[in-house]
Design a protein. Sequence first.
Lengths: 218, 160
Amino acid sequence: MQETEFLNLWKSLDERITENLHLNRIQAEEITRLKIKSLLSSMRPIKVFALAVGVVWIVWVDGLLVVTFGNASPFFWWSALFQVVLCKMAVGIYLYQLLLLAGTDIAEPVLETQARLARLKATTLSVTRILFLQLPAWTTFYLTPAMLRDSPLLGLMIQFLVTASAVVAAGWLFIHIREKNKDARWFRVLFSGREWDPLLKSLELLDQTRDYQGTRTS
Amino acid sequence: MDTARRDAFLEMADTHKGILYKIARLYEKDEDDRKDLLQEMLLQLWLSFDKYDGSTRLSTWIYRIALNVAISAYRKQARRREVREPVPETTIGADPETDELLDRLKAYIQELRELDRALLILSLDGNSYTEIADILGITPTNVSTRLSRVRQQLRQKFNP
C-alpha cells in the first residue's frame, strides 16, 4: 500500500468518525457552568493530605525524641529517630510532587507535560522504597536493655532473626526498587494490582518521553 | 461578558469537534470511557480557555490539550477497567473491503504506543512537521525521523 492510499484510507476513517457528528451543545454548555477544578488540581488534595499527616507525625515524633532524650530505651530512641528521618524524606518527596504539579500546564507541548506527570507519578517509587526501609525500626523500638539481658536464648534468637530478616529485606528492596527493574518478574509481582497500574503505566510513559527526547538511559 | 465568553468557547469547540472526537476514538476503545474522555477534554479546554493568548495556532492549542488529556487518562482507567472490558469495534459501511482496511488501520493506530499514536494521528491529519513539532515539543527533524519509522511499520503491517 502506498502513501497516498494510506491518506485516502485515513480520510475515509476521518469521515466515518466525524460523520453525523454534532457537539451536544447543551452538555458542552453545562460543562462551562461546572465549578470543577482542573485535572491537575484534582490530584492536589490527596498529596496535601499526605503532607499534612506527615508533618503532624514528624512534629509528634520529634517532640517525643526531645522529651525522652536520655530517659527512653536507646532501642526506642534510635528506632524513632531512624523512622522520623525517613518520614521527613517522604514528606520532601510529597513537596516535590506538589511543586511539579504547580508547574504543570495541560496546554504545554505534549512531551513536556507527559514527562512531568510521569515523573511525578514515578516518584511514588521513592516513597515506597522509603516505606520499606523503615521496616527494621518497627522490629526494634519496643526492645529494652533489660529484655535483652533477661530473655531466654530462644527468645533472643527469634528477635535476632526477625530484625535481621527485616534489615536484609528492607536493604534489598531499597536498592532494587528502581525504575530500571520495572520489567523484572519480582517487580511486577510486588506492584501487581489495580492500584499500581497507573504507576507502571507512568514508568512506561517516562520511557517513551525519554526515547523521544533522546535521553533514554536503558 | 460571561455569556460572550461562553458563546466564543462553544463556537470554538463546535468548529474543532472533529479533533476531539478523533483523538477520543483512537485513544479509548470503550464507548463509556470515550464519553468520559470527551467530557474531560471539553472541561480542560474550558478551564484553559482564558489562558489562550493566540501565540500558537488555535488548532495547536486544542491538539495539545486533547492529547495531554487522552494520554493522561490512564490515571483514571484502572478503576474503570475492572468493570468494563473494551468491546472490539467493527466498521459498518457500504464497501466491506474498505471497512476491513479501516478496521485494520484503526486497530493498528490503537496498538501504537501513546506518543507514536499522537505522531501518526497528527501527520495523517495533514499537519506539517513544524506544526507537529510544536504540538509535541520536539524538533521537526525528530518528527521526520520518528514518523518514517512509524510509517515503515504501518507499510509492513499492510504489505506483509
